[in-house]
Write a protein that binds this ligand. Structure first.
Ligand code: NAD
Length: 434
């Protein structure tokens, strides 16, 4: 099949690469010329494990191409996937749909044959109706169906999740569109549940899922605070809870609060929809405010650790919102750093992948180290903010020699606390008092 993908970001690019690898003819369009130039020159614009090799293989095979021309991507396509951003509106925090609507208007005039227009971007309930209306207005004779095709991939595992999804949700009542999508996902049919539901249910499934996961994270973070006071260990508590099949062990790692490009904006958008439909979503509202508070409280913990040290040097390991990605959007690490900067903190940071993106956001407000040990050199305190596996394997004895004061704030619960205290560190983690 010919598939057009609108938007070559963290969702569009891995999706395009994955679909090309399944043998489809994929044309990706983006409005940012620099991205397209880079991709056409064989340079990836995002970091994702395994993406480079598959990208190159399919590009060379001629199944995957990149363009700024909407016509090239849409004309003759069997499926057009919309994967543009839906950022939060700066004032109301509802999902800002301007890029979706613009994409719908732009693609409409290039529809030639019957085409399934699939919205993969995360969009509020009812957006499919509006997209359909826009396309119809711009091209009254076009033959198309608009479906909801929510994306559940995790950044850092985008290709893995593309090829091994927990489920595929197809939101449409059109038998013709459903048949096209069943054909597309045939290679997955034996191993993956393919759920066909109404478009509005599909749009809701995505928000309801993300909000639930965000609540789970917030819940275990509150439990972590409780455990610290009650003399329990949240890691043990989470293990005990997670063994209950009804609860499950994932998303029970206590930490610094959720972030990234999805959970913060999707919880806010869901809460907005609740208010809009006069159906309050109080658990989600509480999760949003509690999560915002958490990052401030984490920054306060750092400040308390260095309170008697004017000009304290704070080393930070981790800037990305989680490991496996270079994405710093709404990264809790960045938010904690910004909070610390309000107190004129001197920060030197290292992240294995996110340094360039962090530099774009923070500029020279902090210093950047070429590796994790250089970041910690002469530091008064070391704070771990992203759970990169290499931090877990840190040589604590080496750190003990390098640092000025041996204060270790392991906010991702990665290190061996007993070993750290044996080496004389003031060691703190989340959800257990040392
Ligand atoms: P992104 O910002 O990384 O990429 C969006 C791309 O779309 C940009 O490159 C932008 O230039 C391009 N674009 C915008 N308007 C365009 C237009 N009219 N024509 C061509 N290109 C256009 O966004 P993302 O992280 O890939 O997210 C996309 C959507 O998927 C969002 O709705 C998001 O909520 C959802 N989603 C994201 C993830 C994730 O992990 N990032 C996971 C699931 C769902």
């Amino acid at each position: 099949m010919k598939i057009g993908i609108i938007g070559t970001g963290y969702v569009g690019l891995p999706t395009g690469v994955g679909l090309a690898d399944l043998g489809h003819q994929v044309v990706c369009v983006d409005k940012i010329q620099a991205k397209i130039d880079s991709l056409n020159a064989g340079q990836l614009t995002i970091y994702e494990d395994g993406l480079a090799e598959m990208f190159e293989r399919n590009r060379t095979a001629g199944r995957l191409s990149f363009t700024c021309s909407m016509q090239q991507a849409v004309s003759g396509a069997d499926i057009v996937i919309i994967a543009v951003g839906t950022p939060p509106h700066p004032v109301t925090h509802e999902a800002d749909l301007q890029y979706i609507y613009a994409a719908a208007a732009e693609l409409a005039k290039h529809l030639t044959n019957y085409t399934v227009v699939a919205t993969k971007s995360t969009v509020p309930v009812g957006t499919g109706d509006k997209v359909e209306e826009i396309i119809r207005t711009h091209n009254p004779t076009a033959r198309f169906d608009v479906i909801s095709l929510p994306e559940f991939l995790r950044e850092g595992f985008a290709l893995h999740d593309f090829f091994h999804p927990d489920r595929i949700v197809i939101g449409t009542n059109s038998p013709q569109a459903a048949a096209v999508m069943q054909k597309l996902y045939k290679p997955f049919a034996d191993k993956t549940k393919i759920l066909q539901v109404s478009r509005r249910s599909s749009e809701t499934i995505k928000y309801a899922s993300n909000a639930f996961l965000a609540m789970k994270i917030h819940y275990i973070n509150e439990m972590a605070d409780f455990c610290e006071k009650a003399g329990a260990d949240v890691a043990e508590v989470a293990r005990g809870m997670g063994l209950d099949a009804r609860i499950g062990s994932r998303f029970l790692n206590a930490g610094i609060g959720f972030g990234g490009s999805c959970f913060p904006k999707d919880t806010m958008a869901m809460a907005y929809m609740g208010r809009q439909f006069k159906s309050p979503l109080e658990l989600i509202e509480t999760t949003i405010s509690g999560n915002a508070q958490r990052k401030i409280r984490m920054a306060e913990r750092v400040l308390v650790a260095v309170k008697d040290m004017p000009q304290a040097k704070i080393a930070v390991w981790g800037l990305a919102f989680k490991n496996g990605t270079d994405d710093c959007r709404q990264s809790p690490a960045m938010e904690i750093i910004n909070e610390l900067l309000k107190y004129q903190a001197h920060i030197t940071a290292y992240d294995p992948q996110a340094m360039d993106n962090a530099r774009m956001l923070l500029g020279d407000k902090i210093a950047y180290a070429p590796d994790m040990y250089t970041a910690a050199q002469n530091a008064d305190v070391l704070v771990i903010l992203t759970e990169w596996p290499q931090f877990a394997a840190a040589d604590l004895a080496k750190l003990a020699q390098q640092m000025k004061h041996k204060i270790l704030l392991d906010f991702r619960n990665m290190l061996d606390g007993s070993k750290a205290t044996d080496l004389g560190f003031n060691y703190q983690r989340i959800g257990k008092k040392y």
